[in-house]
Design a protein around this ligand. Structure first.
Ligand SMILES: [Zn+2]
Length: 466
């Protein structure tokens, strides 16, 4: 359990001793979209001449010989197109056995591929395709290294197909069908891994959620599901103005949360994540070609630590009526996430989500008071990602609390609608910290400039928690 175990359910008088609900100081993050580095295709020379490939171990010889390639036939772009088409066909109309037959990964690897196949087919998707991207290296000793993109659009949730890239090692003896002997990814900026890459899953589909969770944890998932659904219903009611009616949530153990996060700068694993997958522009695909064009839009995925949620529920025996704080928090991120080129102030981004996550059913004042006692009345709002995500747990917790206090102050002084509208307005502010945009939003909503507001907020923090 991270952070403070201080939050209790408000309006539950018998529960005042309840601890360890997940509100309060537990970091729950949104990762900014990282640009995807295109992989340069390796020139496909005539293999008999064979001057290409970056990763051949001996740079001295010309043509690939039996000793370097094992007598394998290097993949061409056309071969890659055919392989991706075959994978898509099996995914669409084939069987698990046919899928497994595409791979030679050993027992564990094959089981993981079978689990992937079952999970991906259990998720309702309007697009489910493997697209050929690039031949990275045609003739390494192990075979060819190629990239394919799993384009997948979850029904009711994704505005465009999401992109998850895989790097495959493909071994092909001359005259035979290619066999995939290794599967890897390009890291979280290109969508890898998702929970279906890590273990066997159960998929639960409701009106507002597509929930992926580890197989064998059905009871825990059923126990926390009402709190997830209530949270999403509230987020949609309070924030949503446009189309998608569903969120995709991966409930994962802490190790899998860290694997999906895929960022070693984090000092401590977060309780929840709202991540973005790059989008795929299917219209821009060239028939029969390789290379996968990016869409302008991207796709949201939420990851929540199932261990912590299940423990909260088991210990407290209650579901917060407005839903789990962490799900409300990540839901706000997913819903307010619009134009990826817009970078709202970080204190806004985490503040509105943390405030909204806790405001309905969790008691925050002791947490705020604790943070103010520790760090004093904050001189200014935190502006660095490091303060939230990559610093110590104490520093991170203080950053979240201070940001949430801005919205608690707005909520208690001007009302819920104003606090929300400041959050929505600032989420479209078009620079990381643009005084003009920020001023305009605060003037509109509170009649104060941001500087005036910040001074009033600081006085309120001092008077209330100092
Ligand atoms: Zn967050």
């Amino acid at each position: 359990m991270l952070g403070l175990a201080l939050a209790v359910l408000a309006g539950c008088s018998g529960c005042s001793g309840v601890e360890a609900l997940t509100g309060g100081g537990v970091p729950a993050a949104t990762l900014p979209v990282a640009p995807v580095e295109p992989v340069e295709p390796v020139e496909q020379d005539d293999p008999a001449v064979g001057t290409s490939t970056a990763s051949r171990p001996t740079a001295t010889s010309g043509a690939p010989s039996a000793s370097t390639t094992g007598g394998l036939a290097p993949m061409t772009s056309e071969d890659l197109v055919a392989l991706a088409d075959r994978m898509t066909d099996v995914l669409r109309d084939g069987s698990e056995e046919e899928w497994a037959a595409l791979f030679d990964l050993g027992e564990e690897g094959e089981e993981q591929q079978r689990a992937w196949y079952r999970a991906v087919r259990a998720v309702p998707m309007t697009v489910r395709e493997l697209l050929p991207s690039v031949v990275v290296a045609a003739d390494t000793p192990e075979g060819s290294v190629v990239e394919v993109v799993f384009a997948h659009q979850v029904e009711g949730a994704d505005p465009v197909p999401a992109r998850e890239s895989y790097r495959l090692t493909v071994r092909r003896a001359p005259g035979e069908e290619p066999v995939i002997t290794d599967v890897d990814g390009f890291g979280s900026a290109d969508g890898f891994p998702q929970l279906w890459d890590l273990r066997e899953l159960d998929v639960v589909v409701t009106q507002s959620l597509v929930v992926l969770a580890p197989d064998g944890r059905e009871d825990e998932v059923a126990a926390v599901l009402p709190g997830l659904e209530a949270a999403v219903a509230n987020v949609f009611l309070d924030f949503r103005t446009d189309a998608p009616q569903r969120l995709v949530v991966q409930l994962a153990g802490p190790d899998d949360v860290v694997a999906i996060l895929d960022d070693r700068r984090w000092q401590h694993p977060p309780l929840g994540l709202a991540i973005f997958l790059p989008g795929v522009d299917l219209e821009g695909l060239e028939p029969g070609g390789s290379g996968v064009p990016a869409a302008d839009e991207h796709v949201d995925r939420i990851v929540v630590d199932l261990d912590v949620l299940a423990a909260d529920h088991a210990e407290n025996g209650v579901t917060p009526p407005g839903g789990w704080s962490v799900m409300r928090h990540e839901g706000v991120h997913a819903v307010l996430d619009g134009d990826p080129s817009v970078s709202p102030p970080i204190w806004l981004w985490e503040g509105v989500a943390q405030w909204y996550g806790d405001r309905r059913d969790y008691v925050v004042d002791p947490w705020y008071a604790d943070v103010v006692e520790r760090i004093g009345v904050p001189e200014e709002l935190p502006t660095s990602l490091d303060q939230y995500y990559f610093g110590s747990e104490e520093e991170s917790e203080a950053a979240y609390a201070v940001s949430a206090m801005v919205f608690t102050y707005l909520d208690r002084t001007w009302g819920f609608g104003t606090a929300r509208d400041v959050g929505v307005g600032l989420s479209a502010a078009d620079t990381w910290y643009d005084d003009e945009d920020v001023d305009a939003v605060f003037l509109e909503e509170t009649g104060l400039t941001f500087a005036q507001f910040e001074a009033a907020w600081r006085d309120w923090v001092a008077a209330t928690y100092g």
